[in-house]
Design a protein around this ligand. Structure first.
Ligand code: SAM
Length: 289
């Protein structure tokens, strides 16, 4: 069987089907076997696993996934790619199910139900235009997923991994770290893709926590505060949270909560750890009642 990780094979398939890359779908196909091997190794896929692949493209990563995993379900938005996958590049894999659809509108638990209680791992070279919404859906919907190993834009990977004090620290870092343990598995240069993206890329693995690392009374409220704090990064928390109507908090309440927690009245969101945001949410939550 011909592997698409060989650039000559990818070019042959693209020509055979007169395929035109769709920019609006973030189509940058992998053409490097080493990178694919790194993704498979980082995801630690075994024969017991069910893999959910988002955006299989012409099937470059899919071929390796089908060989490593027990079962693979691949959701692809571009219907022009479906016959290429099912009747050509991946036609010999009996453990593959290809679905034509938008992952943001897919009933993922319904899709995975037929595989019972087996561990589900998400693996993807994600379309960059929609990386954060896809990851937030996978994390916030508490889907039955053990880990997520994805290729993303390098700076997005850095935002997910970093902590207080870094310029990259923000709402995405806190959300990802509340639900999962991030691990940056590899940096990937643009020449590993066809066409080349304008940005550097990285493979990141998120291992989902069984239980969040902090306890907070109202998770939703904590994330409302986090978003308000980073919407205006340069503002103090008193102004950032106190000026955002969706938090329902006054500046005086924020100042009082900070005082109770022995934090400076001029502190900014970028200085707070996840446990500190949880404590602030609990303190403000009790004042609002
Ligand atoms: N997995 C292939 C590879 O590594 O060569 C293709 C990766 S390419 C970066 C992203 C893929 O996601 C494209 O095939 C694109 O059509 C698909 N895609 C984009 N938006 C999608 C969505 N909302 N739902 C499902 N697939 C999507």
């Amino acid at each position: 069987m011909a592997y698409l990780s060989d650039p000559k094979e990818t070019i042959a398939v693209l020509q055979r089907y007169h395929f035109n890359f769709q920019k609006k779908f973030g189509q940058n196909f992998l053409i490097d076997a080493h990178v694919i091997e790194k993704i498979i190794a980082a995801a630690e896929i075994g024969k017991d696993d069910v893999v959910l692949e988002i955006g299989p493209g012409i099937g470059t990563l899919t071929q390796y996934l089908c060989e490593a995993a027990g079962d693979v379900v691949a959701v692809e938005i571009d219907r022009n790619l479906i016959p290429i996958l099912t009747a050509d590049t991946c036609k010999d894999y009996t453990n593959l199910k290809v679905i034509n659809g938008d992952i943001m509108k897919t009933d993922i638990p319904g899709l995975l139900a037929e595989y019972g209680n087996r561990p589900v791992k998400v693996v993807a070279n994600l379309p960059y235009y929609i990386t954060t919404p896809i990851l937030m859906k996978l994390l916030e919907d508490r889907l039955p997923i053990a880990s997520i190993t994805v290729m993303v834009q390098k700076e997005v990977a850095e935002r997910m991994e970093t902590g207080p004090g870094s310029k990259d620290y923000g709402a995405l870092s806190l959300a990802v770290q509340y639900y999962a343990q991030p691990y940056l598995a590899a940096n990937v240069p643009a020449n590993c893709f066809m066409p080349r993206p304008n940005v550097g890329s990285a493979v990141i693995r998120l291992t989902l926590h069984e239980k969040p690392p902090v306890q907070v009374k109202d998770e939703k409220f904590m994330f409302t505060l986090i978003r308000a704090s980073f919407n205006q990064r340069r503002k103090t928390l008193v102004n950032g949270i106190g000026n955002a109507p969706e938090t329902g908090c006054t500046k005086e309440q924020v100042a009082e909560a900070l005082a109770r927690l022995n934090m400076s009245a001029t502190i900014r969101g970028e200085a707070l750890t996840l446990p500190e945001f949880a404590a602030l949410a609990d303190a403000l939550g009790s004042m609002k009642q």
